[in-house]
Design a protein around this ligand. Structure first.
Ligand code: PEP
Ligand code: MG
Length: 574
């Protein structure tokens, strides 16, 4: 029997997919060779028409995505539209046509030149934008060359490419894409962001081996382990069918936990909430049994547009999320913009150290014109349920007090304008800098709650970039330095009768959840599909056992040792 060829990448979106490969990223060489250019003026006209046509197609698909509330994808397509309309690109194209007299060739070369500028940037986010620029260039060139779009057959395909253009994924219906394989390694590539929003099993970082995968090949991918089987044998197929069955059984098992509380065997309750990026995510999160929203990343309301959303636009988005929470709390984080999440229309110049730069509350406090409409929109949304304001990246008391003053000012303005607002909107902070964590005994006197943002807290405490795969082995939320800061934060909250929760990725680790419950945490907020696993773990232990485990852990000196210990003393996760 023939053996399957095996490859391994990094599984970034779990799930098993079986299907035929569709190679993404059409090669335009054949079309370019056969292309018959007109005179220079004619070619310039063609380039201009193509730029306008592609901008118009993008505009239509953005409208469609917005109507379907697919805001992240709309944001990506909007960024593409801005690239198409960037005079720097068109000027470069026209001057290249002047030399070569060939419009599609000029388009591809101009886009490539600009892509290379992005690629040289050290920041992974900006470097990943090179793919977007090449995507845009190819789209314009394809228009001029009259290249037809790839046709899909009956079943769903597994998209595969060294780099897949975001427009390829965004342009295909969800039920037509079973899986995604990328040769490149970036987890912040827009293709991956879109796949995540659609829960498509995805593997990245396959490297050069990706050349072994051909168009139409039968493959199986495991988005958990990163395994890829090319032309699997019947035996492989049977094995993975078994795994798929287990995956479905586990889904059904977890579904049965949906309406049960996260309560320990001795009655200690932890609230499990959802992290969302759009009000439309709430319905999906509720299917996993979330008890409200612990983190609404409001940046997404600001992305995918050409200008700042006004108070009314924001009010609509927040009101909808608050209403959908059915009386449970909806914590809206004020914009965490800047640094690695730039907004083109804010014109923030590039920085050497974006994670330590002009971002989040630092922008909010300088740009009252941006911040006041947001605060007012949240206060108004509070009328429709239970809302909270959460401030990101706080490093000292004075930042928080200034925010509190602005909240008071926003209420005065709303009263003057005769608009209804809630007086019961809690105002708290994310504890995501070591400075804030160390100062929690003081900050607790002023804030209504703490929510620990471990994604940043771990990187700032350990001086380990959260996106750098070379040092990922050091990025451990069980590092004793991190655990001490978390414990202090929870203790400070309890001593001052306020609540402490967590909305960083650590909250979705079931082993960490037991430890955090032992420390006395009240709430854990995570991407909704993780809720059942965490709930099951908490329901299986007592708080006494968790406290014993915590006492042992706090005596340990090493993060890896702590992790191994937790995996030893607690039942394995299904
Ligand atoms: C965090 O830092 O833990 C967090 C939740 O915020 P973000 O991941 O958006 O930085
Ligand atoms: Mg953060």
């Amino acid at each position: 029997m023939e053996m399957a060829e095996k490859l391994r990448g990094k599984g970034v979106i779990s799930g098993i997919a079986m299907g035929k490969i569709m190679l993404a990223g059409q090669n335009l060489d054949g079309y370019l060779i056969n292309y018959k250019p007109l005179d220079k003026e004619g070619e310039k006209k063609k380039a201009k028409e193509a730029l306008d046509a592609v901008a118009e197609t993008l505009r239509k698909s953005i409208e469609k995505l917005q109507a379907q509330e697919m805001l992240e994808q709309a944001a990506i397509m909007e960024a593409h539209r801005m690239m198409v309309q960037d005079p720097a690109l068109s000027d470069n194209i026209f001057s290249k046509v002047e030399v070569s007299g060939n419009a599609p060739d000029a388009v591809l070369k101009a886009a490539e030149e600009q892509a290379q500028i992005f690629e040289q940037m050290e920041d992974e986010y900006f470097a990943a934008r090179a793919v977007d620029l090449r995507d845009v260039g190819k789209r314009i060139a394809k228009y001029i060359l009259g290249v037809p779009e790839p046709e899909l057959g009956e079943g769903a395909v597994i998209l595969c490419g060294q780099e897949i253009e975001p427009s390829v994924i965004a342009g295909l219906p969800t039920d037509k894409i079973a899986g995604v394989i990328l040769g490149a390694g970036s987890t912040t590539a827009h293709a991956v962001i879109i796949a995540k929003a659609r829960a498509i099993p995805t593997i990245v970082g396959v490297g050069e081996g990706i050349a072994k995968i051909g168009d139409g090949d039968d493959v199986i991918i495991d988005g958990e382990t990163g395994d890829i089987l090319i032309r699997p044998s019947d035996e492989d197929r049977a094995g993975y069918n078994e795994k798929l069955k287990k995956q479905e059984e586990l889904k059904a098992h977890y579904a049965a936990l949906k309406d049960l509380p996260a309560v320990t065997t001795d009655g200690v309750r932890v609230e499990l909430m959802a992290n969302i990026g759009s009000h439309m995510d709430v319905d999906n999160a509720k299917t996993y049994g979330c008890e409200g929203v612990g983190l609404f990343r409001s940046e997404f309301v600001f992305m995918g547009r050409q200008d700042i959303p006004n108070e009314e636009d924001q009010f609509k988005a927040y009101k909808e999320a608050v209403e959908k929470c059915d009386g449970n709390l909806c914590v809206i984080r004020t914009m965490d913009i800047g640094g690695d999440k730039p907004l083109p229309y804010l014109n923030i110049p590039p920085e050497d150290n974006p994670f330590l730069g002009y971002r989040a509350v630092r922008i909010s406090l300088k740009r009252k014109d941006l911040f006041m409409p947001q605060l007012k929109a949240i206060l108004r949304a509070g009328v429709f349920g239970k809302a909270a304001i959460m401030v990101p990246m706080v490093i000292n008391v004075s930042e928080f007090l200034r925010v509190k003053d602005l909240v008071a000012e926003a209420k005065v303005e709303l009263a003057h304008e005769g608009k209804k607002y809630s007086d019961n909107v809690q105002v708290g902070i994310m504890v995501e800098t070591p400075a804030a964590a160390v100062m929690t005994p003081v900050l607790a006197k002023y804030v209504d709650f703490f929510s620990i943002g471990t994604n940043d807290l771990v990187q700032y405490t350990l001086a380990v970039d959260r996106g750098n795969s070379n040092i990922a082995y050091l990025y451990n939320h069980f590092n004793p330095a991190v655990l001490r800061l978390i414990k202090l934060t929870i203790e400070s909250a309890r001593e001052n009768n306020i609540w402490a929760g967590m909305c960083g990725e650590m909250a979705s680790d079931p082993y960490a959840a037991v430890l955090l419950m032992g420390m006395g945490i009240s709430e854990l907020s995570m991407s909704a599909p993780s809720i059942p696993r965490v709930k099951e773990k908490l329901r299986a232990v007592s708080s006494i056992k968790a406290k014993d485990i915590l006492a042992d852990v706090m005596k340990m000196e090493d993060g890896d040792e702590i992790k191994a210990y937790l995996h030893k003393v607690l039942e394995p996760v299904k």
